[in-house]
Design a protein around this ligand. Sequence first.
Ligand SMILES: Cc1ncc(C[n+]2csc(CCOP(=O)(O)OP(=O)(O)O)c2C)c(N)n1
Ligand SMILES: [Mg+2]
Length: 337
Amino acid sequence: MTTVAEPAIKAEPTDAELMQWYRQMVLIRQFELRCAQSYQQQKVGGFCHLYVGQEAVAVGSIGAIRKEDYVITAYRDHGHAIARGMDIHPLFAELYGKRTGCSHGKGGSMHFFDAEKNFFGGHAIVGAHIPLAVGLGWAIKYRKQDRVALCYFGDGAINQGSFHEALNLAGLFKLPCIFLVENNEYGMGTHVRRASAVTELKLRTADAYGIPGKDVDGMDTLAMYKMVRSAAEYCRQGNGSIFLEVKTYRYRGHSMSDPQKYRSREEVAEYQKHDPIGRLEKVLHERRLLDDAKTSAIADEIHRMVEAAHEKADADPMPDNDDVWTDIYAQPFGPYR
Ligand SMILES: Cc1ncc(C[n+]2csc(CCOP(=O)(O)OP(=O)(O)O)c2C)c(N)n1
Ligand SMILES: [Mg+2]
């Protein structure tokens, strides 16, 4: 069995990075709250899965990798897109089915995408993008590049065949992939205990596929950052893939239409006591980077930003009939562009 050394690198973020992450987390939360409102106003077509509560996972992990590294995720993708630096106007526009959306209004909430930022989506079928992450890892190795592929998925994907087939190949070919399961305890309304024979997910891959596993507190941005920094280093050094079990929690329902009968309000409240934004706020207060006045100024500024982006997207044009012929093939073919 391969073992991973404890974080060898001195991964201490700078003050500027900490502040940037804090702003990103507040932005993700406010973006999500506006999404919920817009959904209720029937502005959003299709499904919508909110990331509220899980912000530290995307922000801490994406903060630990480089711009040239690849990121790919499942359908709860708003937080990852924002953490990857996507502008929120094309995200709102995508939700509202507008031409100016990041996928030209054809993908919706589950298909945020930005190839220039090496953000490969946004995928709706549970576990289906994990083999794509192996493809990214394969491309990196084939081209002898100094990159990693960071792949997120939920605890519900862990028993899919695609997960096991993909990890076997990643282990066999020693591909530079970080497989990161966001264990928020539930796949829709099913607790991980009712779906998995082995619930300690970090134990799943070492003996089976030669991919070592670690676990990390996903409500702690700094812990996320440190773990992913060392995982990326492990991959970059040619050791192969790594599997991270991230313990996190979603405060909202699975999607916008979820009466949440499978859990109690007390359970949600217990997790909210360890809110990732509150925890980072405390660190910033201790380091004297933030005080109460600055906290509320940041919240106000981000609120204005979110409202402006939403209003602009709301006023943007819908696609034309002709747009049905575009975005089908990468290269022009027949009537398609
Ligand atoms: C192959 C497949 N089966 C079923 C579904 C329906 N479905 C959508 S989300 C979901 C639960 C997945 O939960 P998890 O992977 O834990 O992600 P989370 O929603 O917690 O982020 C299911 C079963 C699907 N999209 N794809
Ligand atoms: Mg889940």
